[in-house]
Design a protein around this ligand. Structure first.
Ligand SMILES: Nc1ncnc2c1ncn2[C@@H]1O[C@H](COP(=O)(O)OP(=O)(O)OP(=O)(O)O)[C@@H](O)[C@H]1O
Ligand SMILES: [Mg+2]
Length: 591
């Protein structure tokens, strides 16, 4: 409960930060609008009393009547004002702010978080709710505040009519309060326990919208089975929600009976206390209006509290994501190493690494040096740690033991922006950006250099393909946008390669860059890369294809996270170790 309130007030504070004017207006108009019925009731009391005394024949009566009608009009006017200036504008502002902040946080989140299933789950849940839930929470919360203010005010006035009456009224609302708490918690627990099945439901639904998985599901003939799982999860949600709703409705029925019984008792008490002294019609009407205002405001407070508390359940992850601390800590004044040649020299010194404390080491005491301008291939069986070594070199994670030096400087002390401007990487799971050809290659460069573009295209063997596209460099790729042109798997990989070549970094890292590319094109691409990446640039390639690997100046063989062998192709063959075994097995297949 405390946690939920904390989240609610954090979102309210966020709303005040992002849209201070609209949030304040919303609060003020809520309070004022809730006071209007009381003011109307009071004016009505004066009006009735004045009419009773002199049958409406005085100037005072006319003034009161005018005030009464003005109040009614004012109520409408404030509602319209609130709707335009606060409800609508606040909604747009808050939607834009949460959408922007959420995505900005994601773009700046350390990569390690994306490999943590809890965080990935939180991201996918937040995506579904972040746009529209915060504004709902703020509206419910401010409503709640306004109801409390008016309820307390009414209670203070009622107190004048008899000190026991507010107490009885509070007692009358207590069962409803307890029932609301219980029902909300039941509702939350349905959602909470639904967290994993919910994730599974969304994941299964996502399979139906992904053309790749639809193909496989069709061929395997498993759509019926998947739909059975989906409807099973849906049914369990339905049953749980139904159960909670029936319990709530029953408890609501009982608590309302208690509430009205006790309110009737409070009224009788008031009339009994008055004894024989006469009560004016105006006074009685006002008293009834006060009791009604108090009860309905407390009732509404409880309902609104239930609503905003429920919203916090969906926004807990949003707050958690916004407050995630960095995994990678940088120095206040990070260093830019001074290197005469301009091409970085890399050294791994006794590096060991595990993804989490609870997991085993996946890199074990690795020591290796990459001189500037070297052309290196990293090989090893699946899971031997090749991609992990690259992630460490790009400082997606910090090493568990040992150190990585760039130009003699510990990578932890180096300015990361500078490091990323020196190094380029193409990852194993490359991205198929549904942008134009130009945008996909000159990624992030708003004014692409046509010469650099042509060079990257040539190096990756895309010249002919682009020539054949109707809109050439302005052709949209992929199927997401109007008249987009889809590519084959290998063509997509060539576009990804061109993206890496466009930047022509001092050090290029390619993790399985040609896994989908045909043998001829691969040969051409590597001939081009090797020409381009000579002495003045460093190349690090991870590959399972020995036709590519053997071209490297030096080959490093990883086995279960440790460096097993290192040398040229001929040296390693002569060694007759792991490399020779892997190479000969692959070569065997081509005989
Ligand atoms: N995010 C992660 N969390 C925990 N373990 C991981 C994570 N990523 C990889 N691993 C584990 O680390 C080990 C090394 O994985 P890595 O991806 O570096 O292998 P690899 O040599 O690149 O394999 P492949 O040739 O299949 O690409 C594997 O056992 C893998 O299961
Ligand atoms: Mg890998």
């Amino acid at each position: 409960m405390k946690k939920r309130l904390k989240i609610a007030f954090q979102i309210l504070a966020y709303s005040f930060r992002k849209a201070p004017f609209q949030t304040s207006i919303l609060l003020i108009t809520h309070v004022v609008l809730n006071f209007v019925p009381l003011a109307v009731a009071y004016a009505f009391k004066l009006l009735l009393n004045s009419y009773n005394t002199n049958l409406g024949n005085t100037q005072g009566f006319v003034i009161l009547l005018t005030a009464y009608i003005t109040l009614l009009g004012l109520q409408k006017f404030i509602s319209i004002f609130r709707f335009i200036f606060s409800d609508s504008i606040l909604r747009w502002k808050l939607q834009d702010a949460t959408w922007y902040d959420f995505h900005q946080k994601l773009f700046n989140l350390d990569i390690g978080y994306f490999e943590d299933s809890d965080i990935v789950n939180a991201i996918s849940k937040t995506r579904q709710h972040v746009v529209w839930r915060p504004v709902r929470l703020v509206i419910h919360l401010l409503n709640c505040v306004a109801f409390i203010v008016v309820a307390v005010f009414s209670a203070v006035i009622i107190f004048k009519y008899g000190s026991l009456i507010p107490l009885i009224l509070v007692l009358s609302l207590l069962p409803k309060f307890l029932a609301s708490l219980k029902y909300s918690e039941a509702q939350w627990s349905v959602l909470d326990s639904g967290s994993e099945p919910y994730k599974r439901l969304w994941y299964l639904a996502g399979l139906a919208t992904d053309p790749e998985s639809v193909k496989e599901i069709k061929i395997f003939g498993v759509s019926g089975e998947l739909m059975k799982i989906i409807s099973g999860i849906q049914k369990s949600f339905y049953d749980k929600n139904m159960h909670a709703t029936i319990r709530y409705s029953l408890s609501n029925f009982v608590t309302i009976c208690i509430q009205y019984g006790l309110t009737f008792f409070a009224l009788t008490l008031y009339l009994f206390n008055k004894g024989q002294s006469p009560i004016s019609v105006g006074e009685l009407t006002f008293f009834l209006a006060l009791i009604f205002a108090f009860s309905s405001n407390v009732n509404d407070t409880l309902d609104e509290a239930g609503f905003f508390m429920e919203e916090t359940l969906y926004l807990e992850d949003f707050i958690k994501l916004l407050n995630l601390p960095p995994l990678i800590h940088s120095l206040q004044d990070p260093v830019i190493p001074n290197n005469q040649s301009g091409v970085p020299i890399i050294e791994f010194k006794n590096v060991s690494f595990k993804y989490k404390d609870s997991l085993p080491y996946v890199i074990k005491n690795v020591s290796l040096k990459i001189e500037h301008g070297e052309n290196i291939a990293l090989v090893g069986e699946n899971g031997s740690g090749k991609s992990t070594l690259i992630k460490l070199l790009l400082r997606f994670y910090d090493v568990t033991e040992g150190e990585i030096l760039v130009d003699g400087e510990n990578i932890k002390n180096i300015k990361l922006d500078w490091w990323y401007s020196q190094v380029g990487a193409l990852f194993q799971h490359f991205i198929r950006y549904n942008f134009t050809v130009k945008e996909s290659i000159a990624f992030g460069d708003n004014n692409p250099d046509s010469q650099k573009l042509a060079r990257a295209v040539e190096l990756s063997g895309l010249t002919q393909l682009i020539e054949n596209l109707p809109l050439k460099y302005d052709q949209h790729l992929g199927t997401q946008f109007y008249q987009g042109h889809d590519l084959s798997g290998g063509e997509w990989q060539k576009v990804a390669l061109a993206r890496a070549f466009y930047r022509m970094p001092k050090m290029l890292i390619l993790d399985e860059p040609t896994s989908a590319i045909d043998a001829n094109a691969e040969y051409e691409i590597f001939k081009n890369i090797n020409n381009e990446y000579k002495d003045d640039k460093t190349l690090l390639i991870v590959s399972h294809r020995f036709s590519t690997v053997r071209m490297a100046e030096r080959i490093i063989v990883l086995d279960k996270g440790a460096v097993e062998e290192s040398g040229t192709h001929d040296q390693l063959l002569a060694l007759k170790g792991l490399y020779a075994e892997m190479f000969l097995r692959q070569a065997e297949g081509y005989k």
